[in-house]
Design a binder for this molecule. Structure first.
Ligand SMILES: [Cu+2]
Length: 148
């Protein structure tokens, strides 16, 4: 290898590493789930693939965390996360979270209520019913944030 190429590699390699480690939407996401929840783990993988720093805490019961973060009971799912001061309930797609963090609306968080087939972490082949991501506030207001 000639000196010129070596030099180029020395410069290019750290740049490439920085580009991989810090995508634009990278954030710290704290996930609270039960140890036995398989689809929760798959959602964690989905978020990690999107470049986020996902930190998982396993608990016996997710409900106290969901209540603390202001998730209404009828919008509950299998796991509760927090990112940038927002609650993220259930299998919310990474793209919705990126938009939330960019737009920073006045809200408590996002939810994909229940366990919708076809949402990230709930892939079931061709079974992909339409579903909505709901945005909600602490005082009980909610509306559709995204249609999938
Ligand atoms: Cu789930």
């Amino acid at each position: 290898m000639n000196t010129g190429r070596k030099l180029l590699l020395l410069i290019a390699t750290p740049l490439a590493m920085v580009a991989c480690a810090t995508p634009a939407a990278a954030a710290v996401i704290n996930v609270v789930k039960t140890a036995s929840c398989g689809c929760c783990g798959k959602w964690v993988e989905h978020m990690r693939k999107a470049g986020h720093d996902v930190r998982v805490t396993n608990v016996a019961d997710v409900t106290p965390t969901a209540h603390k973060l202001g998730v209404p009971d009828d919008l509950r799912s299998c796991h509760t996360s927090s990112v940038g001061g927002y609650a993220i309930e259930g299998h919310v797609p990474a793209a919705d979270i990126a938009r939330l963090l960019k737009e920073k609306p006045k809200a408590a968080g996002l939810s994909v209520p229940g366990m919708v087939a076809g949402s990230p972490g709930m892939e079931m082949g061709a079974n992909k019913p339409a579903y909505q991501t709901i945005i909600f506030t602490r005082d009980g207001k909610r509306k559709v944030f995204a249609q999938h």
